[in-house]
Design a protein around this ligand. Sequence first.
Ligand SMILES: *Cc1c(COP(=O)(O)O)cnc(C)c1O
Ligand SMILES: [Zn+2]
Length: 388
Amino acid sequence: MNVTHLECALCGLRHEARVLLNLCRECGKPLLVRYDLEQAQRSLTKQSLVGRRADLWRYLEVLPVDKEEDIVSLGEGWTPLLHTRRLGDRLGLKELFIKDESQNPTQSFKARGMAAAVSMAKQLGAKKLAVPSAGNAAGALAAYAAQAGLECFIFMPRDTPCANVVECEQTGAHVTLMDGLITDCGAEVGRRKEAEGWFDVSTLKEPYRVEGKKTLGYELAEQLNWELPDVIVYPTGGGTGLIGMWKAFDEMEQMGWIGSKRPRMVTVQASGCAPIVRAFEQGKRFADEFPNAATTASGLRVPKAIGDFLILDALRDSGGAAVAVSDEELISATAEIGAAEGLFCAPEGAACLPAVRKLMETGQVKSTDRVVLFNTGAGVKYLESFDH
Ligand SMILES: *Cc1c(COP(=O)(O)O)cnc(C)c1O
Ligand SMILES: [Zn+2]
């Protein structure tokens, strides 16, 4: 609403807002949305939030749509932040919370990003949307494109969880299953988009998904009465949510809502696909493509992320960490969280649990820390992953 321009996250080049853009025209890196925050905070105050709509659009002044009528919504965001005491007791953590993103439309937090991206694509005149996806992004795009009355084209690996394929088919998308990984699907979209007239809504290859996902950071602050937690544990694929939260914290500080203290940001990946963990350990700012990527946590099967440097900068600037966990660990964590808290987590979300255990063993997380885990999706979408 108060957008001033788009800015390249690497070289800083300024781009005009209100035109359909993908990446920086100079260096090909992601574009981030910049706002007139002084203008925004005239009507957006902590007090003003009381009584606003119970979805992510409650933060309208720091979201990119021009008018409320431009919003394409299925009721995304404003998910519960659960104080998980029984799980906390098991770990020896007094203040353990799970932000339960499985309660979003299409049962994952991809709904946040796609609500914003599809709203903007429609506002700016796109007619056909395309996306490569490891699973949940596809389901979310299909749903929001249908809601917007836009056509959408989805490319997924053939071994994507069945629920993701079926939900796309049942919400009117054109679905193509490919041999290979999300990176191969992305290359296919890249090859064909010009001829087909598709707008590419890949993670961080357009500026608005990250805006939808940054509301995770606003909600966390609001739900914790404007005091950020000590540690945030985030299952990382493309990194949109982590990058978005980091951006939200800066915006909130500029508006005087929080101070300069930041949570330690922790990336969790599967040991079968851990490019960010590897780069973090090697002290690199850009991550190499992870060879032979494999994990049952399909949302983490992202061998190369275009926003790698933004993730790695946030981890390092926050004094955070990057942890890999095995598929065995994350699958058994699903049952442990389920039995303790009654939440059937996506394997990606469950991966946060063994990661916290490892960080407690090394002393990087202390028993007095306030820790937030992200359950990014619903376990029911991954029935193939579980023995029964
Ligand atoms: C996509 C996805 C992730 C990874 O999210 P990024 O923002 O791409 O890092 C984690 N969990 C689930 C369930 C997902 O669908
Ligand atoms: Zn650039």
